[in-house]
Design a protein around this ligand. Sequence first.
Ligand code: SAM
Length: 189
Amino acid sequence: MKSDLVYIALLHYPVYNKHGEVVTTTITNFDLHDISRLARTYGLGGFYVVNPLRSQHLLARRIIDYWQEGYGASFNPTRIEAFRHTTVVSDLTEAIDQLRDRHEADPVIVMTGAKKRSGSIGYSELKGMMAAGGGPYLILFGTGWGIHASMAEEVDYILEPLMPHSDYNHLSVRSAASIIIDRLLGDRD
Ligand code: SAM
């Protein structure tokens, strides 16, 4: 599997808040940095930050520009590289359209989450599917209290949760994304 056919999307809408309501969450500085670094390290095609709010786009752009062009770029040039393939979009459709244009194929969309859902696929199954070809693959991660259940109807696959039997299942999105990308693309030697 060519890792540059794999993309991450971080959804800030539609996600749950702690009361189970649908909300738009704010962009987190750490998420931008750590998931951009993850994507660059594993040679992914890109990282989409999905947020419908213009104010949040401005915030994300300010952070990214600081590390690409501002003082941050001279302070830590490796971040220029990390953010090169990070794109802020308003909704998933925008990301899907970009991938369709770039790869001349619809992306295979895979949703992640901490809750076990019926019909989900395992890591080796997805890895095998990726190895067999196809793609691009767009792997969705959530913010807040996780991706809204309605998204399950819109994706091609739902991935099994990590550690479904743990009595503590509250990984940060940064940890979950790193573990999942490593399970799918990591060098096992
Ligand atoms: N603000 C929170 C944070 O990062 O601490 C965001 C939490 S959000 C619910 C975490 C996201 O990481 C989930 O939507 C899912 O994409 C992923 N995630 C968390 N735990 C997971 C698990 N056990 N298995 C698979 N994905 C998981």
